[in-house]
Design a protein around this ligand. Structure first.
Ligand code: PLP
Length: 445
């Protein structure tokens, strides 16, 4: 029985990941462990490209690497013909170290430092998504000093609240991201960019939010962007060549979540933009979309080993695993819900358990109520749909070493990020407080 692409229940009831037994992966690579079915990631990437071709729009898919980035993942994105969206110089650095072509990278961020901008421009970044008027000026200064002309998209906050978690709604007029579409501020930004000799204005960018399940918000985003393009032509006298419409497709973490298909998403977001422009007799710019979560979320699971099992005075059974909020902060951040299965017997059972982590916080609950067969200490528990914003958001809280990452591709498992060791924790510490030691340690920054 297939649970997600590449993740299924085998004939003996065991959990299979990319055709391999989850139990074997835990035994070989240890726990906690992030495991990805790489075939499933590639399949999603192709699905996006196919759906965009189907609606006959010139378009590129820029994978939002904040969802999950490793050298291997950057290579997968490159091989599948995607662009990459990065949100910091660190992500840019990792991506280019993986050999990802810088000219296919879009650089985001609401507060890029001058050093980050310089690094990106110097290394030939494809587009910078400018977040403010001040940043447009900063790009001009840096590009001019480097003797370059930089292609720039202007991020707008179009005033759309897509009714997702407050922390994931980025399209509202008072968002920390972008230039609000309010009293012509976005047109002022275009005029400014057009005046800058070393800035090439390519178009607008918007990303209304993440984990969106309703079609209407994407349709509204598409139509609103259409109006902004019309506005730009009328008020600034230019019709931009490109339009970046962000990501945001919601992913089902638990069976109750009803997700849109990639085709429905593309049609709602890009199709409504296309229709709006064609009604006005305007041409279609080249489109970028930036999916992150929907490419990697369901391709990933986290394997944990069960430790302490307790019965509480309330009668509730509590099951503690060898990870927690340090490798999955989403339940704490967004009240996110998850489903888990035992690796040896991957089916729902009759027994109710609260699944908690080992971090030293009372709120470190991964799953409020999981129905499982009888669980024993030493069992391997698999939490489903942990491919997006897990490894990338993980921390060393309580000095827990970060788990390793393993990919399974074409029936073979291989590590792509090594598990941290206590040595790694020690390596970043600075010992000694005398002036000489401090001076020599400063060199490390
Ligand atoms: C600018 C931008 N683009 C794309 C994404 C990816 O969104 P998602 O992972 O929901 O597809 C994000 C996520 O926060 C974002 O901020």
């Amino acid at each position: 029985m297939q649970l997600y692409p590449g993740i299924e229940v085998g004939p003996g009831g065991e959990l299979l990941v990319g055709g391999l037994k989850a139990l074997d992966l835990a035994r070989t690579f240890g726990t906690p462990l992030y495991v990805y079915v790489e075939d499933a990631i590639r399949w999603k990437a192709r699905e996006y490209l196919k759906e965009l071709r189907r609606i006959s729009v010139p378009a590129d898919v820029a994978y939002a690497s904040k969802a999950y980035l490793s050298l291997r993942m950057a290579r997968v994105a490159g091989e599948e013909g995607l662009w990459l969206d990065v949100a910091s110089a660190g992500e840019f650095f990792l991506a280019t170290k993986a050999g990802f072509p810088p000219e296919r990278i879009l650089f985001h961020g609401n507060n890029k430092s001058p050093e980050e901008l310089k690094m990106a421009i110097k290394n030939g970044v494809g587009r910078i998504v400018a977040d403010s008027l001040a940043e447009i000026k900063r790009i001009q200064e840096i590009a001019s000093a480097l003797g370059r002309t930089q292609a720039v998209l202007i991020r707008v906050a179009p005033g759309i609240d897509p009714h997702t978690h407050k922390a994931l709604a980025t399209g509202r007029i008072d968002s920390k991201f972008g230039i609000p579409v309010y009293r012509g501020a976005h047109i002022e930004a275009v005029r400014l960019a057009l005046k800058m000799k070393n800035v090439r204005f390519m178009g607008f960018h918007c990303h209304v939010g993440s984990q969106i399940f309703e079609r209407r918000w994407f349709e509204l985003a598409g139509k609103t962007m259409g109006a902004i393009y019309e506005d730009c032509l009328k008020a600034a006298g230019v019709f931009p060549e490109e339009c970046d419409m962000g990501g945001g497709l919601g992913v089902a973490y638990v069976p109750e979540d009803k997700e849109l298909s990639i085709g429905e998403y593309c049609e709602a977001l890009v199709g409504s933009f296309r229709d709006r422009l064609s009604n006005l007799g305007l041409p279609m710019p080249r489109i970028f979309i930036e999916p992150g979560r929907s490419i990697v979320a369901q391709a990933g699971i986290t394997l944990y080993k069960v430790g302490t099992i307790k019965r509480l005075p309330s009668g509730q059974k509590l099951l503690a695993v060898d990870g927690g909020m340090a490798d999955n902060p989403r339940p704490m951040l967004y009240s996110a819900k998850y489903r888990c299965l035992l690796a040896r017997q991957a089916r729902e059972g009759q027994l109710s358990y609260r699944v908690v982590g080992k971090n030293c916080e009372e709120g470190d609950t991964l799953i409020e109520e999981a129905f499982l067969p009888m669980v024993r200490t030493g069992d391997i528990l698999a939490v489903m749909v942990t491919g997006a914003y897990h490894y990338s958001m993980s921390s060393n809280y309580n000095a827990l070493p970060r788990p390793g990452v393993v990919h399974v591709y074409e029936g073979r498992a291989f590590p792509v990020v090594r598990r941290q060791t206590y040595r790694d924790l020690l390596d970043e510490q600075i010992e000694g407080t005398d002036r000489l030691a401090l001076a020599s340690n400063m060199g490390q920054f």
